[in-house]
Design a protein around this ligand. Structure first.
Ligand SMILES: [Zn+2]
Length: 303
C-alpha cells in the first residue's frame, strides 16, 4: 500500500505491510469473489467507521464516542463496543488510522484503538486543537513507530492495489486551514472518498456549510454510493452538497439521546427526497456494507 499525492508525489513507507498477514474472520461472509466491507459502528454521538479490503488491509475513519443519558461514558463505550466489534470482524491489526478533525467525538477512542491495533499509518487532520482528547491522540503517536502524515487534498491511499481499491483525500483544499480558526475545526475535516469500480463511500467528518461550499467549488466528483452524512446529519448540511453526492445509502451517526437534535429533520428530508436509504446508527445500530465493487448489501450488526 502506498500514499501518493497527485501534485507532489509523496510515498510513505509502510514497511512490511505486504508481509502482514491479516486473518479476516468474516467466515459468515466467505466468498470466492473479492469483497470489500465497510462498517459504520454505533458509537453513540460520535463517529467510527472501518474498511476491510479483500486483501485484509484495514482503514479506520475516526474513533470517537460521546454518550448521553444511560448509555455511559465515552471511554467505556470504546472498550465495550469498538474493540469487541473489531474483534468480531476479525481485525487484529489496523493499517491506516484516519482522524477527520480533532473533536473528541471523533478521536477520544483513538489512543485505546491505537494501543490495541497498532496502526501502520496515521493520517492526521490538517486542523489542530488544544482539547485534552486531541492532545492524548498526538501523544499516543509521538515517538511511536507509526508513520504520521498530515492530510492533504490529492493524497491517495492504495488500500488494495491489486483490486484497485483506493481512498483519496478530497479535502480540505489547500489553504483552507489557514482560513479557519482552531475553534471551527469542523470545516477543515478531512474528506475521504473510497472507490472501487462502481462503488464509493464519501467520509466527511463534521464538514459544515463552508467546507461543503469549498468542496463544491473545487469541482471534485462528489458522487458516492454511500455518504457518511456530515456532522451527524445536523442542519449545517446544504441541500446543494447532498444533491451533488446523491447517495444511495446515507449513514447518519448520531446518538439516540443526543442533546443536539441530530439529525436535523430538514437534512433527513433532502436525503429522503433523493430516495436514499437512510441508516441512523443511534436507532438501527451498526451497519455492515458489503460490495463486490458493483452491487452491495446492507446488514445490521448487533453488539
Ligand atoms: Zn462530530
Amino acid at each position: 500500500m502506498k500514499v501518493e499525492a497527485i501534485k507532489r508525489v509523496r510515498q510513505v513507507a509502510v514497511g512490511g505491510l505486504a508481509a502482514i498477514a491479516i486473518f479476516c474472520a468474516l467466515s459468515a461472509f466467505r466468498t470466492t469473489r473479492p469483497i470489500l466491507s465497510v462498517v459504520f459502528l454505533d458509537v453513540g454521538q460520535g463517529k467510527c467507521a472501518v474498511v476491510i479490503a479483500p486483501n485484509g488491509n484495514t482503514l479506520m475513519v475516526d474513533a470517537g464516542t460521546q454518550t448521553y443519558g444511560r448509555e455511559g461514558v465515552g471511554e467505556r463505550l470504546a472498550t465495550q463496543r469498538i474493540l469487541p466489534a473489531l474483534a468480531r470482524l476479525g481485525i487484529r491489526r489496523l493499517h491506516v488510522m484516519v482522524v477527520t478533525h480533532p473533536d473528541k467525538d471523533h478521536c477520544n477512542a483513538v489512543p485505546i484503538v491505537a494501543r490495541e491495533l497498532r496502526p501502520v499509518l496515521f493520517l492526521s487532520p490538517a486542523g489542530n486543537s488544544s482539547e485534552p482528547e486531541w492532545l492524548s491522540v498526538k501523544a499516543a503517536f509521538q515517538g511511536s513507530a507509526v508513520t504520521t502524515v498530515i492530510a492533504q487534498r490529492g493524497q491517495r491511499l492504495w488500500l488494495d492495489p491489486r483490486n484497485g481499491i483506493v481512498a483519496e483525500v478530497l479535502g480540505p483544499p489547500s489553504g483552507a486551514v489557514a482560513r479557519v480558526s482552531e475553534w471551527t475545526p469542523n470545516e477543515a475535516s478531512t474528506v475521504l472518498k473510497l472507490r472501487w469500480q462502481e462503488f464509493s463511500v464519501l467520509f466527511t467528518g463534521d464538514l459544515g456549510e463552508t467546507g461543503q461550499r469549498w468542496l463544491l467549488q473545487s469541482g471534485t466528483d462528489l458522487r458516492a454510493t454511500v455518504l457518511d452524512v456530515p456532522h451527524h446529519g445536523s442542519k449545517h448540511n446544504t441541500a446543494t452538497f447532498l444533491r451533488m453526492v446523491r447517495p444511495k445509502i446515507a449513514v447518519i451517526s448520531a446518538g439516540r439521546q443526543n442533546p443536539f437534535g441530530h439529525p436535523a429533520p430538514e437534512t433527513v428530508k433532502v436525503l429522503q427526497q433523493m430516495g436514499a436509504t437512510i441508516w441512523l446508527t443511534g436507532e438501527q445500530g451498526s451497519l455492515l456494507v458489503r460490495t463486490d465493487g458493483r452491487q452491495w448489501t446492507l446488514t445490521g450488526l448487533t453488539h
